[in-house]
Design a protein around this ligand. Structure first.
Ligand SMILES: [Zn+2]
Ligand SMILES: [Zn+2]
Length: 311
């Protein structure tokens, strides 16, 4: 079967008699338009999203572990209205393979334990996607400059540190709302779509060292970097000796990554914007006198003058 040719329209007698399916409402022109939109204007990902949005899944009734019992309801769009059609009409008009459709449905449903949910009724997959986007929208975010990042991404607050973490919160969210949850893959894709990143805690290693480990920095550059590091260490040790002799004061300082207050992993707080708190520690190498400054975003930000004030 050629994938790029409009297939035959439905001529089923059952469809003509059916009150729920309306295959005969589509003219040959309507079908051509749908076909052209699908094959000429959408990329592969959009094709999938389009097809999946036109299929309703009615989950199997109760306590059936397999997904075999699910029923699929197909629609085609007639001037922006979804009109129910039979499967043949759906597949022939979009000119896609049955296996392709089955694969798309499966991937958009994976990870959704809907079969044993008593409340499971007709749930449209595109609705689940909408819920997912809303969920991500609700989560408070922090601007990228708190995360040593140069991109314009938004970041989730640092109480969520892994995708698995986020996925669990999302699943809880769906469960309390009695909604079908989409897969982790779908979650990752939506994060990309919305330009949201996970807050990555400050690494102990610097960017050059990390890049070197994954082979993105040349050997010579790395050796130079290590030499610089060693000479900095040496200078620090030398200065410390001078300080011990009483010739000068040597201070070391460090800024920790942004913290949120309250720092609680309670689900009630996931959707509340928290207070950003910064801290800056200064240590005198000789006297071991240490001061840790804490301030929140209402008192100051992370610009140079904040640190100058501390000093
Ligand atoms: Zn039909
Ligand atoms: Zn380094």
């Amino acid at each position: 079967m050629c994938q790029n040719q409009l297939g035959k329209a439905c001529i089923s007698v059952q469809c003509a008699k059916s009150k729920s399916r309306h295959c005969d409402e589509f003219t040959e022109d309507d079908r051509k338009q749908i076909f052209n939109l699908f094959w000429k204007q959408l990329d592969w990902g959009q094709k999938k999203a389009y097809a999946v949005s036109l299929i309703d899944v009615v989950p199997c009734k109760i306590q059936n572990k397999s997904r075999r019992g699910d029923t699929f309801i197909y629609y085609l769009k007639l001037s922006d209205k979804k009109v129910r059609v039979c499967r043949t009409m759906f597949i022939n008009t979009l000119a896609i393979g049955e296996k392709q459709v089955a694969g798309w449905i499966k991937s958009s449903l994976s990870g959704s334990p809907s079969c044993n949910k008593p409340s499971a009724t007709v749930k449209n997959i595109s609705e689940a996607k909408k819920t997912l986007l809303e969920f991500l929208d609700w989560l408070p975010k922090i601007p990228s400059h708190y995360c040593r990042s140069t991109s314009s991404k938004l970041y989730l607050e640092p109480i969520i540190n892994s995708k698995m973490d986020l996925f669990r919160i999302y699943q809880d969210h769906c469960e309390t709302k009695n909604l079908r949850s989409l897969s982790r893959y779908q979650l990752s894709e939506s994060l990309k779509e919305m330009g949201i990143g996970l807050f990555l805690p400050r690494k102990d290693q610097c960017d050059t060292c990390c890049s070197y480990q994954v082979g993105q920095v040349f050997e010579a550059e790395y050796q130079n970097h290590i030499a610089n590091k060693n000479s900095a260490r040496y200078e620090k040790a030398k200065d410390k000796c001078l300080a011990v002799e009483g010739q000068c004061h040597v201070l070391t300082m460090d800024v920790e990554s942004v913290k949120v207050s309250p720092y609680l992993k309670a689900s009630a707080l996931y959707y509340k914007t928290k207070l950003m708190v910064h801290n800056f520690t200064i240590n005198d190498l000789k006297s071991h006198h240490t001061v840790c400054y804490w301030w929140d975003e209402s008192e100051g930000d992370l610009c140079a003058s904040s640190f100058a004030s501390c000093l």
